[in-house]
Write a protein of this length. Structure first.
Length: 369
């Protein structure tokens, strides 16, 4: 015999399907340990979310979405306590908001405000970004970035999400040697089905390419002494920080390196003629970058070793005006980007440009490289 919660979920799904007569998109998001660490959730609360699967139903035509997860605890992250919510679509991002008040007495009342986003690629939900503000009796803020896909996770995957990952005996992460081999085998080339976002550094001499939310390349065009000083090493021994740009406006080293924004970061360093390149697929680092991309917020990346430190502030290139500005500020950087293998073979997520579209853009704006 089904319990009341199961009956409620079944009734709700049927009702949602009746309202949203268009095609329903299903999304499954698995809460991993790294998601909770980045959000700075108290470890005592890990068991409420760790290894559990969020399930979304989305109707793009109706502008409605619903959380139909089996575990009600996940509503704390999604901000959806039954029923459906309207969303606003901005390109490949679905934005929705909600507010929940808890506590019978006014003195004990706590308000949870949600400003959440779902990221789409090819009409598939790829990420959930949850920004939760708690005000009232106590005040907190949590930011989640959780990877999603269009089919359920297996029990083995849910168990793996709970495990604490430890580096190998050599001190390198498990993926390091595999990534090195792929870079060597492919000679820097990416499969043609990849998509990417482009971010530009505020001095327009450096770019960041993030591919399918799985790999980051930071390219210093023409090279930079302190960039090389920090990253030209094989032991990955550097403290790295990713934080909102406004925190480090002073330009002082200590303002780029607030302890609360310290993150894991492993990388491969290589040089190409005069250019210097750092490649990473460290999960926590990439999740942080993706959260700033999703919210269209500039941010800084900084690293410090026992000899050198480096800091750069990056912003998303999201329209033709941003693209043209790169050319106007630094033709060498722009032309270098046009030759990058991923730009030649892949699709830019924000501009929805393939290589031929960049050629057309250049012709329309009298750009020659």
């Amino acid at each position: 015999m089904r319990n009341l919660a199961q009956i409620t979920i079944i009734f709700f799904i049927l009702n949602f399907l009746n309202i949203a007569k268009s095609e329903i998109i299903e999304g499954y998001c698995l809460v991993k340990r790294s998601d909770l660490e980045i959000a700075k959730i108290a470890k005592d609360d890990y068991s409420r979310f760790l290894g559990k699967e969020i399930k979304f139903l989305v109707s793009l035509n109706e502008g409605l979405l619903a959380d139909v997860s089996e575990d009600g605890e996940l509503s704390v992250i999604t901000g959806m306590y039954g029923g459906s919510l309207e969303f606003k679509q901005n390109g490949l991002i679905l934005n929705y908001e909600n507010k929940i008040e808890v506590g019978e007495k006014e003195t004990d009342q706590v308000t949870y405000s949600y400003k959440n986003k779902l990221s789409l690629v090819d009409n598939k939900i790829t990420s959930l970004y949850a920004d939760i503000d708690q005000t009232g009796f106590s005040m907190n803020n949590w930011k989640f970035q959780i990877d999603c896909r269009d089919y359920p996770y297996s029990e083995d995957e849910k168990l793996a999400a709970k495990k604490i990952k430890t580096p190998g005996l050599s001190g390198k992460p498990e993926w390091f040697d595999e990534l090195v081999n792929k870079v060597i085998e492919n000679k820097g080339k990416f499969p043609s089905n990849h998509k990417y976002s482009l971010l530009i550094e505020e001095d327009f001499d450096m770019a960041l390419l993030i591919t399918d939310k799985a790999k980051v390349e930071i390219i210093s065009y023409g090279g930079y002494e302190f960039f090389k000083g920090v990253y030209d090493r094989t032991d990955n021994q550097a403290d790295t920080f990713v934080q909102p740009a406004e925190i480090s406006k002073s330009g002082e080293m200590q303002d780029y390196m607030k302890e609360a924004f310290k993150t894991d970061f492993d990388w491969i360093y290589k040089e190409r003629n005069n250019d210097q390149i750092v490649i990473s697929n460290t999960s926590k680092f990439i999740q942080l970058i993706n959260s700033y991309v999703a919210s269209d917020s500039p941010f800084s990346i900084s690293s410090i070793t026992d000899e050198f430190w480096y800091a750069g502030t990056f912003d998303l290139v999201k329209n033709n005006e941003d693209l043209l500005k790169i050319y106007q500020k630094n033709k060498s950087t722009y032309c270098g980007l046009m030759k990058e293998q991923i730009v030649l073979e892949s699709i830019n997520l924000e501009l929805q440009y393939k290589h031929n579209d960049f050629i057309d853009f250049n012709q329309r704006n009298n750009i020659s490289c």
